[in-house]
Every structure is written in C-alpha cells, then in structure tokens.
Design a protein around this ligand. Structure first.
Ligand SMILES: O=C1C[C@@H](O)[C@H](O)[C@@H](O)C1=O
Ligand SMILES: [Co+2]
Length: 298
C-alpha cells in the first residue's frame, strides 16, 4: 500500500481551462479552479496560464486552500534554438517553481512539435530526430538537469504525442542517452496509451527512473476515430480522447502496483484535458479522486 507521506495526489488545471485551446473553459477562473481542486480532495495542481505570475500571490492562494504547486510544463527548444535561450527560460521557470514549493519541472521538447497544429493529423508527419539532434537533446537536458539538481529540483521529461519523443523506440533511446542522475521520466499513462504503447511495459522498465506521474485515461473508441478521421492532437482532446482515471480504457490497477512495489515517491497527478462544457471539471475530479482511493487507499 502506498505510503501517504511519500505519494501525494494532485490534479492538473487543464480540465478547467485548457491553455492549448483557451476557449475550452474560458469561463472558469483561477479561484474557481483551485477551490474545486481542494474541494475534490487533491493536495496540489500544476501551473496554468490563468495562475498568478507573482510567486507570493500564487503561494498565498494555494496555502489558503491547503494546496501546493507540484510541477509545471516547460517547453524546451534544444534542437532548434541556441542552448542558452532554453537555459535562460528554464532557470526563470525553475526559480518560480521553487518559490511556490514545487520540486519538479516537466520538460517537453517542442522543436518541430505538431501537437499544437490544428490542421495536422497527429498520426502523420511527426518529426524524427537525426543522430546529431538526439545528442543535442540528451546533452542539453543533462545540462539543464544538473542546474535543476543544484537547486534541489528534479528535471522530468514528458514523452508526448506529436513530439520528437513519442514512440516506444524513441522513449527507449531517450532513456538510454540521458544521465539517470539528472534526467527523470515524466510517465504519462494517457500519452502512452494514445500512442498505442503498453503503459505497463514502459513503467516496469523505467519505474526507478520516474520522477513524476500523469494519470490520464483514454477512450479507445475516440482514439480509433482520431486515426480514421485523421484528427489533430487538439481535435482529439476536444472530441474526448482523454478522460480521468476510471472513466476510460486504461487499467490503472497494474500501474499503481508497479509504482507501489518500486516504492515510488512523489506526485501522481490526474491530468485529463477534455471539454469542460461536456465533462464538468469538479464532477470528473471527484470521480477520479474516488477511483484512485478505491484502487490505492490514498
Ligand atoms: O502534460 C501535459 C501538458 C499539456 O499541455 C499537454 O498537451 C497534455 O496532453 C499533457 O500531457
Ligand atoms: Co501529461
């Protein structure tokens, strides 16, 4: 059974307002979002575009509700821009996160990413790195990981649909190339399942290198439809490819067992972006919270 002092539960703000498609949930304020996160029984959230940018203001709003910030997304451009540009932004974001109490930063390489392209089917035309680019990515991340470590933080890397690290082979190559002391895996059950990869297999292989977990479920029939109808990643989100754990087709039981047996320490964050007009964020947050308690005792 998970140790409640070692494993904590958060939920990402993306179910209330989607920064990638701000019309989804534009009516939901920051205050409503964090109040409902607390109400649903979660201890943390990640950082969204509506969140206060002054760390003192954000921290006060979170403290008032018994919440903390556990992570934020960070877009790196290590293979398409000078390293220094990414490093400068990375340090700024790292310092912000540290000031609000987070110990993890979630990096995604966004060079040539198709995840935000509305007219690009997510199943076609994904960029594949050459050997030189693989080296640039790994070396850049190792350097950023050292900076994070020196500040008492953990760099985790988010494999993601439409990016240069999406497939099982890419994840394996990535894990082979980065320094395990400096770069950790951000395990996202939804992105693996969407990509047609068995999440259990990946988790078993890398559980001791996982630094952060995104609990995301998929609706298989919508994934299938997205293939057939050549949807973009964002169209898939809008149509309901993703949902909260317990509402879709991912079997979370074995994933929780693998994490538990490996004595995973850190955050497990429900991250289920869908249209808030169709899936009420509070209702789905409560649904996820109940399901996780039932499966893990947390
Ligand atoms: O961690 C994530 C952050 C989002 O912005 C992203 O698009 C989503 O799918 C995700 O997994
Ligand atoms: Co994620």
């Amino acid at each position: 059974m998970f140790d409640k002092n070692k494993v904590k539960l958060g939920i990402a703000q993306i179910a209330w307002t989607n920064d990638d498609m701000p019309d989804l949930g534009k009516e939901n304020t920051f205050e409503q979002c964090v109040s409902e996160i607390a109400l649903a029984g979660f201890a943390a959230s990640e950082v969204g575009a509506k969140y206060p940018t002054d760390p003192a203001v954000l921290k006060k709003a979170m403290d008032l509700r018994g919440l903390t910030i556990c992570n934020s997304w960070f877009s790196s451009f290590l293979i398409s821009k000078p390293y220094e540009e990414t490093e400068k932004e990375f340090i700024r974001q790292l310092d912000f996160l540290k000031a609000v109490g987070a110990r993890v930063i979630g990096v995604s390489e966004q060079s040539y990413s198709i995840q935000g392209m509305l007219d690009q089917p997510v199943w076609e035309g994904k960029y594949e790195m050459n050997e030189g680019e693989w080296l640039m990515l790994a070396e850049g991340l190792n350097k950023l990981g050292q900076i994070a470590k020196d500040k008492g933080m953990k760099l985790t890397f988010h494999h993601h649909m439409g990016t240069v690290v999406q497939t099982e082979a890419e994840i394996d190559k990535f894990m082979d190339m980065v320094n395990p002391e400096l770069v950790f895996l951000l395990f996202d059950s939804g992105h693996l399942s969407f990509a047609g990869i068995n999440p259990e297999k990946v988790l078993k292989k890398y559980v001791h290198r996982v630094g952060h977990v995104h609990l995301k479920d998929i609706r298989k029939e919508m994934v299938e439809k997205s293939r057939q109808e050549k949807w973009s990643f964002l169209k898939g989100v809008r149509e309901g490819v993703f949902t909260v754990p317990g509402d879709g087709d991912v079997d979370f039981g074995p994933l929780f067992e693998i994490l538990d047996e490996a004595d995973y320490e850190g955050w497990m964050v429900v991250e289920a972006e869908q249209d808030p007009a169709k899936a009420n964020p509070l209702e789905y947050a409560i649904k996820a919270r109940k399901y996780i308690t039932q499966k893990t005792g947390l």
